[in-house]
Design a protein around this ligand. Structure first.
Ligand code: CO
Length: 148
């Protein structure tokens, strides 16, 4: 298991992308809409750490509500595991609550689920694993900005 990425809720993607570019020389290497969640995810490599910038695409999405309640900023930590299914069973076996009834397909073609922040010291925690059974779908909308 290792830290896979840090999720950051963004209320101003253009400004955030511009700052990552200026400070880290980082431009998004992938942009993906997860329509079912009302979110657009921008993946950046900031000094070797993967940042998942989360932009709400619908006003009632979880990210929009999060920003409304807490403002933009740190949203979740994501840990990579070999099997999200096995981790899910382990978490449930430990009597911990999850936000999902089962692992589901998330951004990056991964199987993901979230541990309830109330059972994780206040930190929204994601577990993700590659989904070998997932169909390979195009993951970029081709709008990634170029560095100048
Ligand atoms: Co994530």
């Amino acid at each position: 298991m290792h830290l896979d990425h840090i999720g950051v809720a963004s209320a101003d993607v253009e400004a955030d992308l511009d700052r990552y570019r200026r400070l880290f020389g980082a431009v998004p290497y992938k942009v993906e809409d997860v329509a079912s969640e009302g979110v657009r995810t921008w993946f950046l490599d900031a000094g070797g750490t993967k940042i998942e910038l989360l932009e709400a695409t619908t006003p009632d999405s979880a990210i929009a509500r999060h920003i409304e309640k807490r403002g933009p900023g740190l949203h979740h930590l994501a840990f990579a595991v070999d099997s999200a299914d096995e981790m899910f069973a382990r978490v449930r076996n430990e009597g911990l609550r999850t936000l999902n009834d089962a692992p589901k397909l998330g951004a990056d073609g991964k199987q993901i689920f979230f541990l309830h922040p109330k059972d994780a010291g206040g930190v929204l925690t994601e577990f993700c694993s590659p989904d070998p059974g997932a169909p390979r779908v195009p993951t970029s909308d081709g709008t990634r900005p170029e560095a100048d």
